[in-house]
Write a protein that binds this ligand. Structure first.
Ligand SMILES: Nc1ncnc2c1ncn2[C@@H]1O[C@H](COP(=O)(O)OP(=O)(O)O)[C@@H](O)[C@H]1O
Ligand SMILES: CC(C)(COP(=O)(O)O)[C@@H](O)C(=O)NCCC(=O)O
Ligand SMILES: [K+]
Length: 255
């Protein structure tokens, strides 16, 4: 059984996968640099026990992180509780895709690597666009199996927090699908502006990409992807477990 850990700037998404790559369970905890390996292990143990997953069957750990300080915690956890040295996702690993020659990929996010790796495995014969909506939103573009570039923009909740944090009178609202583009009060107007503004950003990004890449298959993932997927017809599929399955794929390719 494989422990796959996707460390983002807001959440750590953890998956337990069986030898066939089926996700037995996954859960989220906050990305907190004060978390010790013991505290995190207690989350892991309790959630596995509750779900009847025998943690003693663990024989591999793989970690993707975009928060450098949090990698050490899981290395300690692997060594201390399982006597396993975790595999860390980085550009030195064997990958099921290549980068275009003209790109400077130093520092490329490990979360982006695992998303791309899984998407090209799932859709080997398609041009691809992958949106990952988390703390930040990223998009990746692949043409004929080659990563030709992408983009990064403030995440949805980051935009909500910026609006709240930089104004005296605006409340912090929960991101949700508004009833109308026309809000009837301040909170509804923030929700409408954020929701339709964000949907518009992604639609325009897709429109611009389609000028370069014909007929792409468009995937959304990440914690905030589900709501936008429902709103944007151009997005073909919402794959909530893309990152976790990408960790499994890269582990199998590099163990
Ligand atoms: N099941 C969930 N529980 C809590 N938050 C969720 C859940 N699903 C999505 N979210 C939202 O997803 C966001 C984090 O998305 P995620 O892709 O994990 O971010 P990152 O990878 O940047 O840490 C949170 O801010 C939260 O609003
Ligand atoms: C863009 C990101 C912050 C997104 O991370 P997340 O929203 O998942 O926390 C992350 O992919 C990152 O730190 N990237 C490094 C820079 C790059 O990919 O070019
Ligand atoms: K993410």
């Amino acid at each position: 059984m494989l422990l796959a850990v996707d460390i983002g700037n807001t959440h750590i998404v953890t998956g337990l996968l069986d030898p066939n790559g089926d996700v037995l369970l996954s859960f989220r905890v906050s990305s907190n640099e004060k978390l010790t390996e013991d505290e995190y292990f207690s989350y892991l143990k309790n959630i596995c026990d509750f779900n009847g997953v025998e943690i003693k069957k663990l024989n591999g750990i793989v970690i993707s992180s975009v928060v450098p300080n949090l990698i050490g915690i899981f290395q300690f956890l692997g060594r201390k509780y399982f006597k396993i040295e975790p595999m860390i996702i980085d550009l030195t690993l064997k990958l099921p895709f290549t980068f275009a020659e003209n790109l400077q990929i130093n520092g490329f996010g490990a979360d982006r690597i695992i998303d791309i790796a899984q998407a090209v495995i799932d859709y080997p014969n398609r041009n691809l666009v992958i949106f990952d909506l988390g703390t930040a939103t990223t998009y990746e573009v692949l043409k004929d199996g080659v990563y030709i570039g992408g983009g990064i923009l403030p995440g949805i909740e980051m935009s909500i927090n910026a609006l709240f944090g930089n104004t005296a009178k605006l409340p912090k609202v929960k991101f949700s699908t508004p009833e109308s583009i026309l809000g009837k009060n301040t909170a509804e107007q923030i929700q409408a502006g954020i929701f339709y503004g964000y949907a518009g950003q992604l639609k325009n990004i897709i429109h611009e990409i389609k000028k370069i890449v014909p007929d792409p298959y468009i995937i959304a993932t990440g914690g905030l992807g589900k709501i936008l997927f429902a709103e944007i017809q151009e997005i073909d599929e919402y794959c909530p477990e893309l990152s976790i399955r990408g960790l499994y794929t890269l582990y199998q390719m590099n163990k």
